[in-house]
Design a protein around this ligand. Sequence first.
Ligand SMILES: NC(=O)c1ccc[n+]([C@@H]2O[C@H](COP(=O)([O-])OP(=O)(O)OC[C@H]3O[C@@H](n4cnc5c(N)ncnc54)[C@H](O)[C@@H]3O)[C@@H](O)[C@H]2O)c1
Length: 298
Amino acid sequence: MQKPLCLRGTGHRDGENFHFPSDCYRRRSSLTSGIGMQVKDQVVVVTGGAHGIGRAMCRRFAAEGARGVVVADLDAVAASGVAREIGGLAVRTDVSVPADLQALVAAAEQKFGTIDLFCSNAGIETGGGLDAPDEAWQRIWQINVMAHVYGARAVLPGMLKRGRGYLLQTASAAGLLTQMSSAPYSATKHAAVGLADWLAITYGDAGIKVSCLCPLGVRTNMLMGTEDPIAVFLRQGAIDPEQVAQAVVDGLAREDFLILPHPEVAEFFRRKADDYDRWLRGMKRLRASLPGMPEPKA
Ligand SMILES: NC(=O)c1ccc[n+]([C@@H]2O[C@H](COP(=O)([O-])OP(=O)(O)OC[C@H]3O[C@@H](n4cnc5c(N)ncnc54)[C@H](O)[C@@H]3O)[C@@H](O)[C@H]2O)c1
């Protein structure tokens, strides 16, 4: 018989079942460091800044003393609300449209001067497997992957000229592990991690820093507004967006490539690399144990 999943407080492997400790983050969250990027006095752009993780980052960057925070989002009304609250600039942006990213960078530079930190954070989730419609695959590819390309194309030329700049790419733990109820989300988040890798390797010697943010469950609309069985599962160990913002500030200060607000993700990723087949067996067992998981469709 399957052992019940333990979601809290263990952080160890039980055979091949994965345990998701919920509050490891808190044990690490007081980290402060002074060696890498300090957000104080910097100009920062955050896409998807109107809600959830992006909004928490905007607020946190403002509290850290950023010189300018630009809140970029499809939801112009909510972006304006966040910008008003923190004394920033709201720019209505659809990150799937290259011209919007060019206009965003221009608007940010006009208001605050050159951009020090560009956070490409907007993302969407769409459920489904192979049966997900092609339009859904295209849409999520545009937003979860191409938006990072469009953002980098818009902001990198200036950073390269100055020989300095920082890109923070929000991917997901689903880009290192997987998201069992969504093939499009898993595939696009893996692609986002791959792109971040490539950016770090390609532009590192030109003075460009890259971090890749890979949370597990975070209490935002994306996680809380659905009855998807994996979302329901992840809610049990979910953290608040403010804790993600803390991890980001800490990760930037250390210039970590991988920023993991849930530290257990590092351990899961290590186990996956150590023994991929064993990891797949554990994930299959976990999938079979979760209530509500759909039958695989052809
Ligand atoms: N919540 C989680 O559990 C979780 C876990 C891992 C990774 N992430 C990632 O974190 C990022 C932020 O997600 P969140 O949880 O804060 O979700 P959210 O839905 O609360 O916020 C996403 C924001 O992106 C904006 N957005 C969506 N499409 C856009 C577009 N085309 N152009 C501009 N803005 C757009 C939305 O308006 C919203 O403000 C996403 O990339 C998501 O994949 C979330």
